[in-house]
Ligand binder design. Structure first.
Ligand code: CU
Length: 100
């Protein structure tokens, strides 16, 4: 079973974002597969180390053995999906995001 932080979706609490806050999401991929992580409803501003080069993404590929981070402004109220785009990972690698 795939998971995020060792917890599969069925056992996970929703992630709570405060409306208007700017937050950093960091992924550490300790698996041997790519994980294209898709946060719905908000942009993911990929941190590249260069403040002049910040790609805006919906889906960010987290490569094997890598650590990446991106910044999100929680500017969309409501419930959103946040998941790995590989269908057979999605059961575990899925979270509900609540912006309120
Ligand atoms: Cu995955």
């Amino acid at each position: 079973m795939w998971s995020i932080n060792g917890v599969k979706y069925a056992d996970a609490e929703p992630l709570q974002f405060k409306y208007g806050e700017r937050l950093r999401i960091t992924f550490v991929n300790d698996t041997m597969m790519n994980h294209p992580m898709h946060l719905h409803g908000m942009w993911s501003d990929l941190e590249t180390g260069d403040p002049h080069s910040i790609p805006r993404k919906h889906t960010v590929i987290v490569q094997p053995g890598s650590k990446i981070s991106y910044l999100v402004t929680a500017d969309a109220m409501g419930n959103w999906a946040f998941h790995c785009h590989l269908l057979y990972h999605m059961l575990g690698m899925f979270r509900k995001v609540v912006v309120s």
